[in-house]
Design a protein around this ligand. Structure first.
Ligand code: DGL
Length: 276
């Protein structure tokens, strides 16, 4: 097994870069390949069938690139299409966002009351409540879910510190506040960028970043299988990432830097699915 094969990370767009950031934090010596379906984002308001088809096409791309692990860096895809991705990937391991975050939330809560926020598709899928309650001890947990469809555009527009973000976040969190939750799963890869605002509005709440916990799972999996790349000092200075997107919107670089914390090289544009 060639340990230098890349870790493939895919998302509906740029949100998955918050996951890539965490992966690099835990595994800086890896080669990465990131695919963002920027031409078709957002997935969060689309039907399950469409999300499954798009996920299938991204998985195909990952397999063509000979990745050693696939990280589904999108909660929406993880919620509605993880099994389809796993079936297609065959022997290549696949890590989604839901299971690691569900387990982390269960470990973290003290009062047994967990909130979940995500896109409409993620919340409608019930993947998080099912993921939590089927874990050992999960039957004692009460889960409260809230779709937050306006969070993605707020983050993409860079409005996290704007008054509009505060008003909308207050509105979304109001119901969860009344339910006395002590732990909140940020069930969308855009939401970690709203962490400080959420903490300001609900101090003391434990926030679960799905990308962070998925990265720990990825590290453990690769270590157990002896598939971690060899350490290369130069990767600490310049990370080795190939970026692929299906479109390059004018604000792409600014947004990518916001999610990732550093500037990226020009992505390559690719066509997924039927190459018409
Ligand atoms: N990346 C998606 C997620 O984590 C949010 C963006 C979208 O709706 O496509 O659910």
């Amino acid at each position: 097994m060639d340990k230098s094969r890349p870790i493939g990370v895919f998302d509906s767009g740029i949100g998955g870069l918050s996951v890539l950031r965490q992966l690099i934090r835990f595994m800086p010596y890896e080669n990465y390949l990131y695919l963002g379906d920027t031409a078709r984002v957002p997935y969060g308001n689309k039907s399950d069938d469409i999300v499954r088809r798009y996920a299938d096409e991204s998985t195909e791309f990952m397999l063509e690139k000979n990745v050693k692990l696939i990280v589904v860096a999108c909660n929406t895809v993880s919620a509605v299409a993880l099994e389809a991705v796993q079936n297609k990937a065959g022997d290549i391991p696949v890590i989604g966002m839901i299971q690691p975050a569900a387990a982390a939330a269960l470990r973290t809560t003290v009062n047994g009351r967990i909130g979940i926020i995500g896109t409409r598709a993620t919340i409608n899928s019930n993947a998080y409540p099912e993921g939590i309650t089927t874990l050992q001890g999960g039957d004692k947990i009460t889960v409260f879910s809230q779709a937050c469809p306006l969070f993605v555009p707020i983050v993409e527009e860079g409005l996290m510190r704007h008054q509009v973000a505060r008003v909308i976040t207050e509105e979304y969190l109001d119901k969860l506040k009344k339910e006395n939750i002590d732990t909140l799963v940020l069930g969308c890869t855009h939401y970690p960028l709203l962490s400080s605002l959420i903490t300001e509005l609900m101090p003391g709440l434990n926030l679960i970043d799905s990308g962070e916990h998925a990265s720990v799972t990825a590290l453990r999996l690769l270590a157990e299988r002896n598939m971690l790349a060899d350490e290369r000092e130069e990767f600490l200075i310049k990370h080795n990432i190939d970026f692929y997107v299906t479109d390059v919107p004018s604000v792409f670089f600014e947004q990518a830097q916001r999610f990732l914390g550093f500037a990226i090289d020009s992505p390559q544009k690719v066509v997924l699915g039927d190459k018409i």
